[in-house]
Design a protein around this ligand. Structure first.
Ligand SMILES: NC(=O)c1ccc[n+]([C@@H]2O[C@H](COP(=O)([O-])OP(=O)(O)OC[C@H]3O[C@@H](n4cnc5c(N)ncnc54)[C@H](O)[C@@H]3O)[C@@H](O)[C@H]2O)c1
Length: 316
């Protein structure tokens, strides 16, 4: 059985990927500092190691046990926090990734998948945006994620290593679904709105609400990650994971309100100035994922939202 190390495996995205890895028979070690992740989300069949990707000795203790692949998902995932504490953002996202790469080299790990982000495209000129569009980050988070992604691929392409490191970066768009934090106001607009409705708080929209995002459901994303793990067609590639359909924040607000039996007329929706680093339009071209992974997202936004709300109402 192959042993897979999943950093950030107690978080929203990581914990779903761990569940699917376990289902497919992998031996999984989760490495997470529980800063935003929750140990209760970690599958019982996976081993949990509390540790920080900033600490080389903590990482080394896990790598020394022998791992066949690393899914590096741990990260600081908030654009707003990247502006509030740029040093922490850089430390976790970029330096943390460099630490992972150093361990991969030291222990000759042959496979690495990295959690990259659509934010690296910034306000893309080509929409839907393909992977070969020029990166143009407009916030600090996107800079640290893009730097980390480049460290991953430049390392994998080094000719001086005495082993082959096959790397893949998955540039995820706006992932949503069960276990996304309903109480963290800094990341995940859909979950923030659902949390607002559950607690009876007003909804706050920055800018005019006509900015749009490509919302992709967590189960679709997890399937892509696990399908990519042993697929040589994905080696050396960066791959968008979105749906190819975008929704404005106003539309998202309306469908969340509707799911709770409200409209704008019956609920408080407040508009605020745009925040630093906000992007106007974000939409994936998913041709590459279709071609290399035979992957197609299957969850429609209304249904995925209904599932997320059912989970949220369950008191999570
Ligand atoms: N949610 C999205 O839409 C989205 C889109 C693109 C990329 N990403 C990236 O995917 C990854 C997971 O995001 P998420 O939405 O699941 O967020 P999350 O906050 O739920 O997950 C991040 C996980 O990393 C852990 N972590 C953070 N810092 C750590 C450290 N120093 N050492 C060890 N563990 C640490 C957290 O405890 C948490 O479990 C992040 O790297 C994020 O940048 C997320």
């Amino acid at each position: 059985m192959k042993r897979i190390l999943v950093t950030g495996g107690a978080g929203f995205i990581g914990s779903h990927i761990v569940d699917l890895l376990v289902t497919r028979g992998y031996d999984v070690i989760v490495f997470d500092n529980e800063s935003t992740g929750k140990r209760e989300y970690v599958n019982d069949a996976a081993e949990f190691v509390h540790g920080d990707v900033g600490e080389a000795t903590e990482l080394s203790a896990v790598f020394a046990r022998g791992v066949d692949a690393v899914l590096h998902i741990a990260g600081q995932a908030s654009i707003r926090l990247s502006f509030a504490d740029p040093t922490e953002d850089l430390t976790v996202n970029t330096l943390g990734t460099i630490n992972i790469l150093q361990q991969c080299i030291a222990y000759r790990v042959p496979r690495l998948l990295f959690a990259s982000s659509m934010t690296i495209y910034g306000n893309a000129v080509i929409v839907p945006t393909p992977e070969d569009a020029a990166p143009a980050p407009v916030n600090y988070y996107a800079v640290t994620k893009y730097a980390a992604e480049r460290y991953v691929h430049i390392t994998a392409e080094r000719k001086d290593l005495d082993f082959t490191l096959n790397a893949t970066s998955l540039r995820m768009f706006n992932v949503y679904g069960e276990r996304q934090s309903l109480s963290n106001p800094y990341q995940g607009v859909l979950a923030i709105f659902v949390g607002n409705l559950i607690r009876g708080e007003p909804i706050n929209i920055h800018s005019d609400g006509e900015q749009s995002r490509d919302f992709v459901y967590i189960a679709d994303v997890a399937r892509a990650w696990v399908d990519a793990l042993e697929n040589p067609a994905t080696y050396g590639q960066v791959i968008n994971l979105g749906t190819g359909v975008d929704s404005s924040i106003n539309r998202l607000c309306d469908i969340v309100l509707k799911a709770f039996g409200h409209t704008r007329a019956s609920y408080s929706v407040n508009y605020h100035p745009a925040q630093p680093g906000d992007m106007r339009r974000s939409l994936a071209d998913i041709t590459r994922a279709k071609t290399l992974l035979n992957w197609q997202p299957t969850m429609a936004l209304d249904e995925g939202l209904a599932r997320t709300i059912a989970w949220a109402r369950g008191g999570q």
